[in-house]
Design a binder for this molecule. Structure first.
Ligand SMILES: C[S@@+](CC[C@H](N)C(=O)[O-])C[C@H]1O[C@@H](n2cnc3c(N)ncnc32)[C@H](O)[C@@H]1O
Length: 325
């Protein structure tokens, strides 16, 4: 093969030819990536799903089985088969397209909380399917878990309580808490590095903005200037490598007020939606065990008595809780 030559045929053509494809990317071989086509039966099933806007509940099992058994070499064909659904009109497509440049942006999280389903029948079934996944339920459960932790803070003595949120996104969780507790004594500091997320959060919380302060900054760089009764982070540490995770505990832990707590959410290994997120939305998280979370807290020099791990009802989202010394 000549240098620069790229003998990749359109996946559909390949499918008709019923052959596997080899891409020799460079003049000097390897690397060689072998792409595997889908079976005719799976391809036809997927085309049918796209035509009717996603799977019906009776087809969830078959669709999930295809996704969970998909090899990495089959991904390109799979995504090509459902490409007309992988756009911003569906939640899976939004995840895939990443209009804000990163996975898990404020709009998708807000839409999960609000159980959003596109009313356009060309896409509704995909959204219903997505909202039915354990991962989506776990995200909603973690919001409820957050509301309970805020209620605990509310009960503590003192006229004013302070909650810091790292990677606050849409702040739909804060909105729900303040709607339910209009006389709350909690003041919220929210940090997010995405101006779009801050704007969205500010707008939906405009009636509460006297008790919310927003900081547009990377959490790795923010320097708190006060102590907090609760430091909360969900949907953020699952993207950090262990060394950043540990660094973040050490960095923020010292800003806990007496009796305060640092709570960090992280998806667990028992996330049945993992492969689905990866395949459909190219959305990769660092899944961790209870043991991983405790180990990192101890490495950040918390003591065993200060650390515990909770989980939401499904056991998909874990919560590392570190109490102030
Ligand atoms: C998945 S969302 C979670 C939002 C919210 N915590 C929730 O659970 O509803 C993660 C948010 O963290 C923000 N984020 C990611 N990395 C960040 C960083 N290094 N510094 C500040 N914000 C970050 C993103 O912009 C996004 O809004």
């Amino acid at each position: 093969m000549h240098g620069g030559e790229f003998p990749v045929k359109h996946p559909f053509i390949i499918y008709l030819l019923n052959v596997n494809v080899t891409i020799n990317c460079m003049k000097s071989l390897p690397p060689t990536i072998t792409l595997n086509q889908l079976s005719k039966e799976d391809s036809e099933f997927l085309y049918k799903l796209v035509e009717k806007g996603g799977p019906e509940p009776s087809e969830y099992q078959e669709f999930t089985a295809i996704v969970n058994n998909l090899e990495d070499q089959e991904l390109e064909y799979f995504r090509d088969a459902i490409k007309d659904s992988l756009n911003e009109n569906t939640l899976i497509g939004h995840g895939y397209v990443k209009p804000f440049g990163y996975p898990g942006d404020f709009t998708i999280i807000h839409n999960i909380y609000k159980l959003h389903v596109n009313p356009d029948v060309r896409y509704s079934n995909w959204d219903r399917f997505f909202q039915d996944q354990a991962g989506a339920h776990a995200v909603r459960n973690r919001k409820d878990y957050f509301l309970r932790r805020c209620a605990d803070v509310e009960k503590q003595e003192g006229d004013v309580k302070r909650v810091l949120i790292l990677g606050s996104g849409p702040a739909t969780d804060v909105n729900e808490y303040l709607r339910k507790n209009p006389n709350s004594k909690i003041k919220f500091d929210l940090i997010d590095f995405d101006q779009h997320a801050i704007d969205f959060a500010k707008n939906q919380n405009r009636q509460f903005n006297d008790v919310i302060e927003y900081f547009k900054i990377n959490v790795l760089r923010f320097k708190p200037y006060q102590w907090y009764d609760l430091i909360w982070s969900a949907g953020l540490f699952d993207y950090f490598k262990d060394k950043h995770f540990i660094y973040m505990i050490s960095k923020y832990y010292k800003y806990l007020a007496s009796g305060g707590e640092f709570i960090i959410g992280n998806f667990s290994h028992s996330n049945p939606t993992r492969r689905l997120m990866e395949v459909l939305s190219d959305w990769y998280l660092v899944h961790r065990s209870k043991y991983d979370l405790v180990r990192m807290a101890l490495e950040a020099e918390a003591s065993e008595e200060q650390v515990e791990v909770d989980m939401e009802e499904l056991g998909v989202n874990l919560f590392l809780r570190i109490k102030a010394a």
